[in-house]
Design a protein around this ligand. Sequence first.
Ligand SMILES: [Zn+2]
Length: 345
Amino acid sequence: MISIFQMHPLEPFEISPEVAALPKADLHLHAEAGPRLHRFLATRRGMPAFDWEQWVRDTMSNIPPGIARLHGMATNLITPEEDAEPANFLARVTDILEDSARSGAIYAEVRFGRETIMRSDFMSLFRKAEASVTKTFPGFMAEALATLIPQKDPEQTDRLIGACDRAAKEGLAGVDVIPEPYVTEADWTQTAKWTERLVDAGLALTIHAGEFSTANLAAALQVPGVRRIGHGIKAATDEALLDQVAQARVALECCLTSNVILGAVESYETHPLPELVAASLPITINTDNPVHFATDISQEYERAKRLGLTMQELAGATRTAIDHAFTSEHRRRRLLDRLNAAKRN
Ligand SMILES: [Zn+2]
C-alpha cells in the first residue's frame, strides 16, 4: 500500500473493495464544458485528446500555488457555436453523469456556467441526460445548479438571476455563488439583494469561500438560505470560524485533489479534512473538476481513507451529502434507502 506521504495527484493507486462498494455522492462538480465537449468532439473527429495529466504537471511546476492556478484553467477549448448544438450539449452532460455513476456515485450535482443557464433547453436536456444514464446505472440521480459570479454590469447579473428564476420552474435545484473578489473580502451588500431573490425562487444556495484564504467565509455563513460552503477548508486555521461553521449547520464541500493541484494546501497529508471530521463538522467529499484534475469520486474517497478516515466516516460523508443535497424529499429518501441497504450488506 502506498503511504500517504507518497500521495501525489498523478500517482496511480488501487481503490479498496470497501470504498468501491460504498455508495458515494458528489456535490461539488463543475460541468467543465470545454474539456468535456473537446473530448467528445476529438473522439468523433479522430483527433488527439487533450493531455490533462500534462496540464496538471505544467500547472503544478510553472504556476505559483493559489488563485493564479485557478485562473489558468481551460476555458477556450471549444467554440460557443459547438456548444449551442443541442446534441453536443447533451453529449457533454451525459459524459459528466456517466463518469460520476461509473465511479460509484449514486447522486451528483452539476454546476453550470452562464452560457448554459441562458439557454432555454438547459433543464430538458439535463433531464434527458440523467434518464439515459439511469438506464445503465439504475437508481442514479442528479440535479443541476447554476454558478453565479456577480458581473460588473448589474444588468447582466439581473439577467442571470432572471434565467435562474425561469430554470427553477423547470427543476433547477440551486445556485453556486462565487464571490468576486474571491481571495479577498467581497462587498456583500449587493449580493444579499440577489441571493434573497434566488431563495425566494425556491433555489438552495452554496457559496464558494475559504478555499485559498479565510476571506468571505464569515460573510458567506451569514447569507440567509446558505446550506453549504464550497471548500471552506481555511476555517480550520481559525477557531472562531470553525465555531461559526458549526453553528450555521452548513456542510463543507471538500475537494482533496483540487486543493493539492491548485495549491490551496501543500499536500494531501497536510489537508485539514481529518481535523474537520474530528471537530464533528458536516463534511462531504467531492471532485470539483474531475477532467482537469484527472480524478473521480472513488479516488477522492480512497484518498480520504488514506488520510485516516474510517469507513464509517466515509459513509458519514455520503450521509451528510444526502442530508444537504439540493433535491426533493422524495429523492432524498430513496438515496438514504440505497445507503442504508449498502450498509446492511
Ligand atoms: Zn469549485
